[in-house]
Design a binder for this molecule. Structure first.
Ligand SMILES: [Mg+2]
Length: 413
């Protein structure tokens, strides 16, 4: 029997919560924008009325204002968003204990075991929409399908306040005509690559030879081919499931574009403090480093490399990230956001094979120096000690609120 998976997506989430908090905004074009001082203000979320003017998430305020001169700009209230996000999840838990959040405003629900109690997948979807509207004053779009990938895709098809079903019997008619970018896991870089080989739709992806896709995209090519053919069998993790830590990362959108390697190095150093701290808290070491670079045209590239030995300290993490960046980035455009991720994690102190030509003494010194710095930071605060090079304006916002966590088994390409 097929599983019954729902994907619930809260519509225009930040903007809708702001309208709840301030009813005067109701029926007006509203945009919630990132801190005005720090970058030139980016639209994080917008109301249906703003959407009708063509206002888009991710664009600058001035661009949005050009399309909609009467646009009302509101600052975000993350505490409130978290509150409503939790309230929504409580309602979802009434129907199943398998609720897996994806970001603050989306969840997958496995309702396979709930249909005898609450009716079909569509019935449950409609009950959820009704309850979220009545109890929270918000709306959700729900996708119902036999796997997670199609459930998510379905919830995107009709908005706001709608239920969309994709069954095994009809998925080819619904999914295959869509552009490849409609599916989770296919970002801009992958879309561009597929397009350059004439693969524009999910149907074309599904019918491409897997061996060719593997050649083009590596192992992810096979995964995407399976997804497009309805063969995603990843499970919805239940409430108590703790995903084993697969990687630890941290990223930031800079307050101004980075223009040279030195600036990139400084940001990696600052980000690495946090990554290293969390590696230590979890008793893990990195055997690889992955970096994501988003340029000023919003194009994201990802590179990764192995480390010569397991690493926990921020100094070497930043160094490896910077070397990788210098080797791979061509500086045709400036850099807007950076992220560093410690990957191939192993238990700290598990031991490793010594190799020739590696400077273990210097490595050991850096581990100790880093531990000392972190102890001081823990005791006297984050700003009590740092490297001289990080003292000036390194184009990073005061607090990084944007933390992106990926659920196990889902990779953004
Ligand atoms: Mg949403």
């Amino acid at each position: 029997m097929d599983r019954i998976i729902l994907h619930c997506d809260m519509n225009n989430f930040y903007a809708s919560v702001e309208t709840l908090l301030n009813p005067k905004l109701k029926g007006k074009p509203v945009a919630v924008c990132g801190s005005l001082e720090e970058r030139h203000g980016i639209v994080l979320s917008k109301s249906e009325e703003a959407k009708a003017f063509g206002v888009k998430t991710g664009e600058a305020i001035w661009q949005a204002k050009q399309k909609c001169p009467d646009l009302l700009i509101v600052s975000p209230h993350y505490e409130e968003y978290l509150k409503y996000s939790k309230l929504a999840r409580e309602i979802y838990y009434d129907y199943t204990n398998q609720v897996e959040p994806f970001g603050i405003d989306e969840c997958w629900l496995d309702c396979t075991g709930s249909v005898h109690l609450f009716g079909s997948g569509i019935d449950i979807a409609n009950q959820l929409r009704k309850r979220i509207k009545e109890e929270l004053g918000l709306t959700i779009s729900v996708g119902v399908s036999f796997n997670k990938v199609f459930a998510k895709l379905a919830s995107d098809l009709k908005k706001p306040d709608a239920t969309t079903v994709i069954m095994r019997e009809n998925f080819k008619e619904i999914v295959w005509p869509l552009e490849v970018s409609a599916m989770i896991g296919i970002g801009r870089a992958t879309t561009a690559k597929l397009r350059s080989y004439g693969i524009d739709t999910l149907g074309e992806l599904a019918k491409s030879p897997p061996s060719f896709l593997k050649h083009l995209l590596g192992i992810n090519g096979i995964t995407l081919w399976k997804y497009a053919n309805g063969m995603d069998d990843s499970i919805v993790y239940d409430a108590d499931y703790k995903a084993p830590v697969k990687s630890i990362g941290h990223g930031v959108t800079c307050t101004a574009d980075l223009v040279n390697n030195e600036e990139v190095k400084n940001v990696f150093m600052e980000l690495s403090f946090n990554v290293s701290k969390r590696l230590k808290e979890n008793g893990l070491e990195a055997n690889g480093v992955q970096i994501s670079v988003r340029d000023e045209k919003f194009f994201t590239k990802q590179y990764q490399t192995k480390t010569p030995y397991p690493i926990q300290n921020s100094i070497e993490l930043a160094q490896i990230a910077t070397e990788l960046f210098i080797k791979r980035y061509d500086w045709k455009t400036n850099v807007r956001s950076l992220a560093i991720r410690a990957i191939d994690l192993t238990k700290a102190g598990a031991g490793f094979q010594m190799k020739l030509f590696c400077d273990y003494i210097s490595h050991d010194k850096k581990e100790r120096l880093d531990t000392a710095i972190q102890k001081i930071k823990n005791k006297y605060g984050k700003k009590s000690i740092t490297f001289a090079s990080l003292m000036g304006n390194i184009k990073m916002p005061e607090e990084i609120t944007e933390v992106i966590t990926l659920p196990a088994g889902v990779h953004l390409l």
